[in-house]
Each structure stands twice: as C-alpha cells, then as structure tokens.
Design a protein around this ligand. Structure first.
Ligand code: GTP
Length: 622
C-alpha cells in the first residue's frame, strides 16, 4: 500500500486536464505509442472526442519508477470540467488522497478553479499546483504564481510549470505526486477498517459484454473473483464475476487490495443497482451486515433542468423509450417519465443536470439511435404550495397529487395549476460565482440585475481581476447566461454555480396560442414583473420563426386566459416549383422532395408547423 498513490486532476474547463493525462500515459508507457493515435485518450465517448470535452470521469492505473528508484502504482481519475458535471468531480475527489490543480498560465485562476479548490479542501486533499501551457507566448507565469499564492494561499515554490502539449516537466509532476501525496494507508482511512471488506463505488458503467461494472476504491480488506459481496445501501447480494484495473481499458487481475482503485464485474442489469456512493461490503460473518457502517457516500444528484422530448414520427415512440432506457443505464443523473402533450403527442419529460447535459443526450439520441426529435424549452422545477387543506378537491380539479404538506413539485409548465389553487410558488436559486477582469464588472452587474440576481460581495484576485458572488434564480442562468457572459466580457469571465435551495417567488404561467389553440409545449413560467414585455417579445419572435401558410395565423400570449400580446403571420403560399417552366418531371419532383425534407424538423400542430427552433428561441434573450 505504501507505493500506491490515488489522485485526480482538477481544473477549470479547457485548462488542459485531458492533455496532461495523455502525457502521463505516455511517460509511464501505460499506453503503447501506437495506440496514441488520437489525443485525449481518456475521453472515450465519440462526443467527448469531437467536442474536446470530458463528460464522464475515467480512471487509469499507471506504473511509474520515481526519482528515488522505487516503483509506484499511480491511480489517476480524470474528471470533467463543465459546471454541469461538477458532481462527477466531487466523486472522484473522495476516491483520492491528492489532486493536481491545473491552471492555464495564459488565463490564471478562473471561477471553477476556486470551486474545485474549495471542494478539494473539504475532502482534505493535498494539492499540487501546476501552471500549464507555458509554451504559449501569452503565458504569464509571474502573474499567475502571484495569484495562486495570494488567493489560494499556496506557496509559489510548490508550483510546477509545465507544457502538457510539448511535455515539458511532466516527470516533475509525477514525482511530486509520489512525494507530496500520501499513500492511502497514511491518509487516515484506517478509521474505517473494522475487519470487514469495504469499498466505495465512485462510478459505475454498463458494458455491453460485462454488464454493470462498478468502479471502486477499496478502503479495507480485499476483493477477488468469486467472492460474495453486498451493496450496503440495498443489501443486494452479488457474486463478483471479475476484478481488475484500468489500463485504461479493463484488465482483469487476481485481487483488489485495500488502497487500490479498480473495478468489479457485478452481473447486475442496471447501473442504478450499483449506486454511485454505495459501499461494497463483505465479511466472513454475513450476519453482521445489519451492523455494518457504510463509508461516507455522495449526495444523490438531482436533475436541475427539465425538457420534454418528443418524436417527430409518432411511431418512433417505442424506439425513444428504448433509447432513453439504454442511455440511462450508464447515466444515473438522467431521469425520464412519460408525458403526453395535445400538441406533440406521446413523449418523455426528462431531467438533466444542465443545458450541456441536455444537449449531449439529445445529440446521442439523434445520432446513435437515429431519432428525429422535438425538444421543448427547458424549464426548472417549482414547488407549489396549495391553498386550503382539501387534497381530494385539488387532485380532482388540477390533476396534481399534493403531499402531506399540501405541496407538489412540478417540472413541466403545462402542469401549472390555476392560480386560485396556489398559495405560494417556490423556485430554485443558486449561489453564482464569477471571475472577471474588473473592467467588465459594470456590465455583469447590470446583466445579473436584469435577471433578478442579487449582488453579495466581491474580492480582488489581483489589481485587475475580481471574484464576484451573487445569488440568482436558476431559471435566469439556465438558458443563455453563460453565452452572454462570455460575449459581454470578450470571453474573459468565467462562472460556477451551486444550488442553494428553493425560495418563494412571484411567478405566473405564460401561455402561447397559435391559431387560437393553446400550445402547451410553448408555455413558460416567468416572473410577474416583466411578464407583459416577455409575452410580447415571444410572439414577435415566433412570428419570424413559424412559416407562413395559406391562411393568416394569429399568435397570442396569455396570462390566465387574458390575452396580453398579439401578432399575426400573414397568409402566404410558397410555390417552390414556380420558377420551373416545362422541363423534365424529375426536376419538379426533386424540388418538392427538397421542400418536404425541409419540413422534417417541424411538427404539424393543428394546421401550423412549429419548427424546433421555436422552443428554445422563446427563452433566449436578445
Ligand atoms: P475538459 O475536459 O473539457 O475540461 O478540458 P480539459 O481541461 O481536459 O482541456 P484539454 O486537455 O482538452 O485542453 C484544452 C485545449 O488546450 C486543447 O486544445 C489542448 O490542445 C490545449 N492545451 C492543453 N495543454 C496545452 C499546453 O501545454 N500548451 C498548449 N499550447 N496548448 C495546450
């Protein structure tokens, strides 16, 4: 155990985690040079490769001969960088004793750097500060080192300057891992040792050949093939079919001993049964299971953003259900339940961690399962407290099921009850942290203020950059906040957020009527103040998005039956074959076919086509 080091890399998005991990794999000969045919080896998903982002954490085991001449086993857990996946970071942290903190030397400390450092400190991890990208002329080692020392309280001398691109000083980092990060044994895990076997599940994965594979960190005892173990959370009994390490592909081994990071093949059918954060437990005295204390686990992740997913072809519904089931096998954060919309037919209401998560799932459904989808505008969830105590009456009149406190959580604006039943509505708020050059402070303050955010405080990282704290409704930042932040700060500001809880708000439902028909999928929940303005803007936008038809289409925004804004799309018929005179029949057919294909991404609603962009664009501000 003394020669094992378990560590992860934390960084703001794009500061170079995956590139650094690639260099580690090279230096330690973990991966054959021949196999290094593409970069970012730990990003195995096709989408990860394409977008150059890490979505799932990925462990790997490396053998390294350090400067002291001894051989070490280094377990690295790569982590995702996007805020949506912050919970993955916290998971890998609890499987480690130390973390490499990567900071881009051309950018310095960013919002997620701060969030990650605080998280690492909570987990009591040793930090190794690394300044990356020193090969770039715009890197500023002096300024960044100063910032790290001043803001994070880490002495300058501890900082290692590297280039993950050209490989400068990579071995120095690995030697620091060996020297500055304690072995699992020295790190106080012994307090959990009680002569039983315990391992923490920090991730789980569904493999087509092996079934559910649990990624574990053994804390005490050992696990080998054929052992009978239990999941402490569910008391589920399992026979271990295989144990092994990540190289980074699965490599079977004979045994996993305490302190080690590896995997077990469980024979389970769904990743939900090998719940992340659960404890794998085994003992010669099985009776003791009721006394066994689980290892400290993780908070269950809750979806933050909801959207309806519908198929354009109605018959694809069973395919969509299968596809979502398959995706959720590997993604415990994805939730879905059937939804029926008068306008869009049968589909699913799905819960996501954030907008990037939604985009990824949508893209995978379309790409891997060949589905043509309509995704409705994302919304957060709301808690509705009902008037009165008569649950039966409320059930009957609203179709909602109040709990004992006479409240219900809704994730679909279409479920919003009539205001006569509502006592209070609560919406989720977040703590928002921003790092920005100080010249953008004014513009950022204005933007946060327009979105109902509350300024808390601000501190200086150096004479030019500030660290700002706000509180703001989640719904205000979900859609396009990040994009606008980037554009008003010329790309320099960065953000991180964390859910605070639900707070009472003055909210109403805004309905949209197209050709006199209420389109439930276009309903949104919005703050009372500004609702009129918002309604007027939506119909104006829809006017430009919804294609004309042979007859005029009225577009209306309504609050509780009262029309507050109206636009009309004038009648029009587009004859795509108008320009053709005589000629071959096939030319005409070709044009008509093209027109037909153009409509593929639209959904017939009554007599009106509503294109996919309509759903998202209504929520985007200008
Ligand atoms: P996420 O996984 O999305 O969080 O990003 P990441 O932190 O893993 O960053 P990644 O390794 O994908 O690097 C981001 C970009 O920076 C890529 O285009 C890399 O090629 C580039 N990059 C990383 N390290 C260096 C470096 O040392 N020098 C230079 N010039 N570019 C680098």
């Amino acid at each position: 155990m003394a020669n094992i080091r378990n560590f992860c890399i934390i960084a703001h998005i794009d500061h170079g985690k995956s590139t650094l991990a690639d260099r580690f794999l090279e230096v330690t000969n973990t991966v054959d040079k021949r196999d290094m045919k593409h970069d970012q080896l730990l990003d195995t998903m096709e989408l990860e490769q394409e977008r150059g982002i890490t979505i799932k954490l990925q462990p790997v085991r490396m053998n390294y001969r350090a400067q002291d001449g001894k051989d070490y086993i280094l377990n690295l857990i790569d982590t995702p960088g996007h805020v949506d996946f912050a919970y993955e970071v916290s998971r890998s942290l609890s499987a480690c004793e130390g973390a490499i903190l990567v900071i881009d030397a051309t950018q310095g400390i960013q919002a997620q750097t701060m969030a990650n450092v605080f998280m690492a400190m909570e987990h009591d991890l040793n930090l190794i500060p690394v300044l990356n990208k020193i090969d770039l002329p715009s890197s500023d080692i002096e300024r960044c080192s100063h910032e790290i020392e001043n803001t994070l309280g880490i002495p300058k001398e501890e900082i290692i300057c590297v280039s993950a691109k050209d490989g400068t000083n990579i071995k120095k980092v690995l030697d620091a891992v060996v020297n500055r990060i304690p072995s699992p044994f020295l790190h106080g895990v012994s307090k959990d040792i009680d002569n039983t076997t315990k391992a923490l599940i920090f991730d789980s994965n569904y493999d087509t050949y092996k079934g559910v594979v649990a990624y574990i960190r053994v804390v005490s005892g050992s696990i080998k093939k054929g052992d009978t173990v239990f999941m402490l959370g569910t008391k589920k009994k399992i026979e271990v079919l295989e144990v092994g390490y990540f190289k980074p592909k699965y490599q079977a081994a004979s045994i996993l001993k305490s302190g080690e990071v590896g995997y077990i093949v469980t024979g389970l059918k769904s990743v939900r049964e090998a719940r992340v954060g659960d404890t794998v437990w085994a003992s010669s005295k099985i009776k003791d299971i009721d006394l066994a204390k689980p290892l400290p686990g993780y908070k269950k992740v809750l979806p933050m953003v909801y959207a309806g997913i519908f198929c354009i072809e109605g018959n694809d519904f069973p395919l969509l259900r299968d596809a979502l089931e398959k995706l959720s096998l590997n993604d415990s954060a994805l939730v879905f339940f059937p939804e029926q919309s008068p306008a869009l037919g049968f589909g699913f209401r799905c819960g996501f961690l954030g907008l990037l998560h939604l985009e990824i799932i949508q893209e995978r459904l379309e790409r891997e399962y060949n589905l043509n989808l309509i995704v409705t505008a994302p919304s957060v969830s709301y808690i509705i407290y009902f008037n009165g105590k008569d649950a039966d009456k409320i059930r009957k009149n609203t179709g909602l099921e109040p709990d004992l406190d006479m409240k219900v959580v809704i994730s679909n604006p279409a479920d919003f009850p009539d205001k006569t039943y509502i006592k209070e509505i609560h919406e989720p708020w977040v703590k928002l942290e921003l790092v920005t050059p100080k010249k953008y402070v004014g513009a950022i303050m204005k933007m946060v203020d327009e979105r109902r955010g509350v300024y808390k405080n601000m501190s200086y990282l150096d004479e030019n950059r500030v660290f700002m704290h706000f509180e703001i409704p989640l719904s205000s930042i979900v859609i396009d906040f990040y994009d606008i932040l980037k554009s008003i700060s010329s790309g320099y500001a960065s953000m991180n957020y964390e859910i605070m809880g639900y707070i009472k708000g003055d909210l109403i439902k805004l309905d949209i009527l197209v050709a006199g028909e209420k389109i439930d999928a276009l309903s949104t929940i919005t703050h009372k103040e500004g609702a009129y303005h918002f309604g007027a803007k939506i119909v104006k936008k829809l006017k430009n998005i919804i294609p004309r038809t042979q007859f005029a289409i009225p577009l209306q925004a309504a609050i509780g039956g009262k029309i507050i804004a109206r636009e009309t799309i004038a009648a029009f018929r587009k004859d795509v074959t108008a320009k053709l005179y005589g000629g071959d029949r096939t030319r005409k057919d070709k044009l008509l076919k093209k027109q037909k294909e153009g409509k593929k991404r639209m959904k017939q609603m009554g007599n009106v086509n509503i294109p996919q962009e309509a759903f998202l664009s209504i929520l985007k501000r200008d």
